[in-house]
Write a protein that binds this ligand. Structure first.
Ligand code: HEM
Length: 425
């Protein structure tokens, strides 16, 4: 399996395949350093499951850099009726094993668990008013996504593919030890598997994995691009802070909401017919294309994609009329509040099903914040007033299809194991 395959390509393939054989092969090839175990005193860990930024790497401009390898496990609680305290305790023991086994960082392990509206429907009482969690639904006139209703999503992330694979073996396989720590309990008795999704992000990884449907055979993805579409994403000033997306009050304070969509990419025209001008204009803003503001994948921009700085969101309609094209970031930035982003994007690319895909995972205080941002990104107003099409020349809508959507409550760490809808805290 490994002969002649470069190391980073091999590791991604192993994560996509999963299982103990993939883990063994990955350990051999990845040259994972000897990793220390996690803290003995777990009370030092942050209250927020989503508090990752402090333990992520940063680039030269101070932008947070996402962990390279990701696995999402969608699963259904297997017990009949509302979860028992015994199951809650088993799950907590199992998650604590992960925390003891690896440092909580991009070089160790980061993870979250979140729960769907369908899960909370199993309780007599509704979620408190301080939580805005809604059933997923189609969010554009031109999409018909399947709606995910599995009870829970476990998100595992690490710079080392072997770490996420080893964690899966401990939780769902036969492994009795994880980085030398004995595995007290797994999750396989508590949950039935629904779906396993995998992915990667980081300079060079997309180019290594462009032999998939949706990307031309000429292998056009730039060698150093962190994402399939060739541009960098997640500039510090274009992301919400963790404080901004955290729920402020009620039992789920320090939690957040998570939306997860499975997006397929169609990049034939993007790479074979569109000009660099068009790519920059539709991803960022026509002004960025006109003034040559973006070099390569956009690292030269520093820590901001220069949206309000260049007046792009406010002039979306003027630009659409003047240039016949409008940018994705330009439209999405119209959802900001007081010029502050309201969504924290933690998305990553994927080769799942042999198709160029993107698992769009975002955190926001309320699901309404996501719905509003997606509406801004749709730019239906601009299509109705004439200058651009519903999907053509209207940001990057033409190059993507949302196949599935799901919404989740990501509770604070203290309530991450099979929470009740109205927990006493
Ligand atoms: C194929 C899928 C997507 C790709 C490749 C993509 C890529 C990008 C890039 C390159 C930027 C500019 C850099 C930055 O500000 O970080 C950006 C900004 C942004 N995108 Fe996306 N994006 C995708 C889908 C989405 C979706 C589904 C949403 C949800 C509504 C979204 C919301 C945003 C927001 C809110 C911003 C920042 C706007 C601001 O500056 O306030 N993106 N995206």
């Amino acid at each position: 399996m490994d002969r002649g395959i470069p190391r980073r390509e091999f590791v991604k393939a192993a994560v996509a395949i999963g299982g103990s054989a993939a883990l063994a092969a990955c350990l051999q090839r990845e040259s994972t350093p000897e990793l220390p175990t996690g803290p003995d005193d777990l009370s030092e860990l942050p209250a927020r499951q989503h508090a990752w930024n402090d333990v992520l790497a940063t680039d030269d401009h101070g932008n947070d850099v996402a962990p390279k390898h990701h696995v999402l496990r969608l699963m259904d609680y297997s017990g009949a009726g509302p979860p028992s305290n015994a199951d809650r305790e088993t799950m907590e023991r199992s998650l604590r094993t992960l925390e003891r086994a690896y440092p909580r960082s991009h070089e160790g392990l980061l993870f979250t668990v979140s729960y769907s509206p369908a899960y909370f429907d199993g309780f007599d009482e509704p979620l408190p008013d301080s939580v805005d969690l809604q059933e997923p639904k189609a969010l554009a006139p031109f999409e018909e996504p399947a709606l995910d209703r599995s009870d829970a999503v476990l998100h595992l992330a690490s710079d080392y593919g072997s770490v996420v694979l080893a964690v899966e073996e401990a939780l769902f396989g036969d492994a009795e030890e994880l980085n030398g720590v004995s595995v007290e309990a797994g999750l396989d008795d508590l949950f039935d598997p629904v779906d396993r999704r995998t992915g990667f992000i980081g300079d060079g990884l997309p180019a290594d994995h462009q032999d998939v449907d949706g990307i031309p055979a000429s292998k056009p993805v730039p060698d150093d691009a962190p994402m399939y579409m060739g541009f960098k994403s997640g500039f510090k000033k274009n992301q919400a802070t963790e404080d901004a997306v955290s729920i402020q009050s009620g039992p789920f304070a320090d939690g957040t909401t998570q939306q997860l969509s499975l997006i397929r990419l169609h990049l034939q025209q993007w790479y074979e017919q569109d000009s660099r001008f068009h790519r920059v204009a539709t991803m960022f803003c026509p002004v960025h294309a006109d003034d040559g503001l973006v070099e390569g994948s956009g690292d030269n921009l520093g820590d901001t994609s220069l949206m309000t700085e260049r007046g792009c969101p406010a002039h979306a309609e003027d630009h659409a009329r003047e240039y016949g094209v409008v940018g994705h970031s330009q439209k999405s930035a119209r959802a900001r509040r007081d010029d502050t982003p309201i969504m924290l994007r933690r998305d990553f690319d994927s080769t799942d099903d042999g198709k160029a895909s993107l698992h769009f995972l975002s955190l926001q205080r309320t699901i309404s914040d996501f719905v509003d941002t997606r509406e801004a990104m749709n730019g239906t107003d601009l299509a109705e007033s004439g200058p651009v099409g519903q999907r053509t020349n209207n940001g990057i809508l033409q190059y993507m299809t949302v196949e599935r959507r799901g919404n989740y409550l990501l509770p604070p760490r203290a309530l991450r194991s099979l929470p009740e809808a109205q927990p006493d805290r």
